[in-house]
Ligand binder design. Structure first.
Ligand code: R5P
Length: 291
C-alpha cells in the first residue's frame, strides 16, 4: 500500500500516512509555459495505491489526476483509490437550460472509469442521495465531517444557535446540532447568480444569542454575508462560521469578515488559513473499512 499525494495536499496526506502507518510519496508535477502539465510517479509502485488530492479549482487537477491514474495502471497498480476530500462538479446535477452539460454525471463517469474507489467528504448531493448514483462504483463514499465539526464547536461554545443558510444545509446543520445538543434553524435561499442570493430567515428568535452559520462550503462567501446581515438585524449577538470546504474564491474571506463575522473555521479538506479541523482520523477509518 502506498499513499501518493500532490503537493497541494501533502501536509494532510502526511498526517493520514502517520495515522494509517502507510508510506507516503509525492507526485511530481510540472506546469509548462503553455499550461500543459507533466506528472511523474515513483517508477516502482505497489498494486494498491491511494491518490490524494482535493478537487477545488478542479479543471487542471482533473487532467492531472487522469494522467496520474493511467500512469499508475501502466506501472502495475491493480486497485487505485481516489481520496478527494473536496469533490468538484457535484452541484451541477441537472440541465437548467436545454443543451447544458450535467457535469455531475459526466465527471462522475470519468472518475468511475479511472478509479476503483472514491472517498470524499460532505459531497454536495442535491437531487441524488448517494454518491454512487453519480460515480457508479461499489466504493463511492461520501463521509461527513459532522462529528469533527461538532467536537470542535463543543469545545468552544456552551450554547449557540446553529444556522443553515439554505435547504441543502439542513442535513449538515441537523447532524451537528444533534451531536452538540444546540438548537438549529434553516433559512430559505434563492440563488440569482454567482454572487447574488436572496434569503429569508425562518421563524426563530435569534435575539441576544450567538449564532454559528454552518454550510458544506463557502465559495464567493455571498451566502454567508447575506445570512450575517439578516442575523444581525434579527439581534444575534455574535456570528461565527464553520464550513467543511473552504473554497473561499477571490475576496470571499475579506467580504465575510467585513460583514461582521467574528471567526471562520473550516476543515483541512482544502488548504486555507481557517482550516483548523483535521480530517485524518475520519479518512483513515474509511480507508481501513474498504481495505
Ligand atoms: C450551495 O447550496 C452550497 O451549500 C453553498 O451554500 C454555496 O455553494 C455557497 O456559495 P457562495 O459562498 O458563493 O454563496
Amino acid at each position: 500500500m502506498l499513499i501518493l499525494a500532490f503537493d497541494d495536499y501533502i501536509e494532510q496526506a502526511r498526517r493520514l500516512s502517520n495515522t494509517l502507518d502507510f508510506p507516503l510519496q509525492k507526485v511530481y508535477l510540472h506546469h509548462f509555459p503553455d499550461g500543459e502539465s507533466l506528472v511523474r510517479l515513483p517508477p516502482s509502485i505497489p498494486e494498491h495505491i491511494i491518490i490524494c488530492r482535493s478537487l477545488n479549482q478542479p479543471n487542471d487537477k482533473l487532467i492531472e489526476l487522469m494522467l496520474c491514474a493511467k500512469t499508475a495502471r501502466q506501472l502495475g497498480a491493480k486497485r487505485i483509490t481516489l481520496l478527494a476530500p473536496y469533490l468538484c462538479y457535484m452541484r451541477q446535477d441537472t440541465a437548467n437550460q436545454p443543451g447544458e452539460a450535467i457535469s455531475q454525471q459526466i465527471i462522475g463517469q470519468l472518475l468511475a472509469e479511472l478509479f476503483d474507489d472514491v472517498i470524499t467528504v460532505d459531497s454536495h448531493l442535491h437531487r441524488i442521495s448517494k454518491l454512487n448514483q453519480a460515480i457508479a462504483i461499489e466504493h463511492a463514499i461520501s463521509l461527513t465531517a459532522a462529528d469533527e465539526i461538532a467536537s470542535f464547536l463543543k469545545q468552544k461554545f456552551d450554547y449557540a444557535v446553529l444556522f443553515g443558510p439554505d435547504a441543502e444545509s439542513q442535513q449538515w446543520v441537523a447532524a451537528i446540532a444533534k451531536k452538540v445538543g444546540f438548537d438549529y434553524a434553516v433559512a430559505n435561499k434563492i440563488r440569482q447568480g454567482d454572487t447574488q442570493v436572496i434569503m429569508t430567515l425562518p421563524a426563530f428568535d435569534f435575539a441576544n444569542k450567538p449564532v454559528i452559520i454552518i454550510d458544506d462550503m463557502a465559495s464567493t462567501g455571498r451566502t454567508i454575508t447575506k445570512a450575517t446581515g439578516l442575523l444581525q438585524k434579527a439581534g444575534a449577538t455574535q456570528i461565527n462560521v464553520a464550513v467543511t470546504h473552504a473554497l473561499f474564491c477571490g475576496d470571499a474571506k475579506e467580504h465575510i469578515l467585513n460583514s461582521g463575522v467574528k471567526q471562520i473555521w473550516s476543515t483541512d479538506s482544502i488548504n486555507h488559513s481557517s482550516a483548523c479541523i483535521h480530517l485524518d482520523n475520519l479518512l483513515a477509518k474509511a480507508i481501513k473499512q474498504i481495505y
